[in-house]
Design a binder for this molecule. Structure first.
Ligand SMILES: [Zn+2]
Length: 281
């Protein structure tokens, strides 16, 4: 995720326009907000959302444009589900780890170098907070895989954690249904400098990213978020609600006109915990 990209681009499009109505991103602008990772090939857009290739990015843009043309009226795939979190849908069903799964991961010593220790500690702490909600899902750090083989071709772990030098996101993750090569938790070097993070911390950012790894989507895309501005990007509508809307959710952007009320660090709320237990009873 990242604070500035989308807002910056949109504001560039609006400068000097006076009372004119907001204009949607062009494809070129939208594509320019997305960064392709040179190793796994994913395009990361809306801060930290991975698309597997350019066709996937174009599909995300087409959905964004359709939502924009409809006046940003978003319709959930399953709006009648009364059950602050929303879960990604893969082929129409909840994108989650199977019951009883232990999700394993390695942290690349080679890529993090001097930052390895703090990254290990923050990932473990953020996962511990999700587990302490009572959600029935467990993550285990396989330290023995942290050597040179800790990459997206390592099938002995569920995912790997790798450093990047991205300037378009602090960190980015994946959903459970993703292929192994895309199941990477990426942490950019810009996230080590607290002056870059505003009110956030690296641990808070990882709480959000690891929420994606559990299957949770961005809370700010829900139709109940009536305060969102046109600068708050929309995404595809393949999701289902787990709890009532929560503007303070750890999965809700406060920036980019997304109208989150979590103005401090990114924290797991009581409703987030409820949603996690609903998905992993
Ligand atoms: Zn995110």
């Amino acid at each position: 995720m990242k604070w500035l990209n989308l807002a910056l681009l949109l504001s560039l499009g609006l400068v000097g326009c006076g009372q004119e109505a907001p204009v949607p991103f062009t494809w070129d602008e939208f594509r320019a907000t997305a960064e392709q990772d040179p190793i796994n090939g994913n395009y990361y857009y809306d801060g930290d959302q991975p698309a597997p290739d350019l066709d996937g990015l174009r599909a995300a843009y087409d959905e964004y444009l359709a939502d924009f043309d409809a006046g940003q009226t978003i319709t959930a795939s399953d709006p009648g589900d009364e059950q602050a979190l929303i879960v990604n849908l893969a082929n129409g069903t909840s994108d989650r780890w199977a019951d009883g799964t232990t999700v394993t991961y390695c942290v690349s010593k080679k890529s993090f170098g001097a930052q390895y220790g703090q990254v290990v500690a923050h990932v473990e702490a953020a996962l511990g907070e999700w587990e302490s909600t009572g959600a029935n899902v467990h993550y285990t750090h396989v330290v023995a895989e942290d050597g040179n083989g800790c990459n997206n071709r390592n099938s002995r772990v569920t995912f790997n954690v790798r450093q990047t030098r991205s300037t378009s996101y602090y960190a980015a993750a994946f959903f459970p249904s993703y292929a192994r090569t895309s199941r990477e938790l990426l942490i950019s070097t810009i996230s080590y400098n607290t002056q870059n993070l505003g009110p956030w911390t690296l641990r808070g950012i990882l709480r959000h990213e690891l929420g994606h790894s559990l299957g949770f989507r961005h809370e700010h895309i829900r139709p109940e978020n009536t305060s969102r501005q046109a600068t708050c990007s929309t995404e595809n509508t393949s999701w289902a609600a787990l709890t009532p809307y929560d503007s303070a959710s750890v999965m809700h952007y406060p920036h980019n006109g997304c109208a989150g009320t979590n103005t401090g660090d990114l924290e797991i709320t009581a409703l987030d915990g409820e949603g996690a237990r609903a998905l992993y009873p």
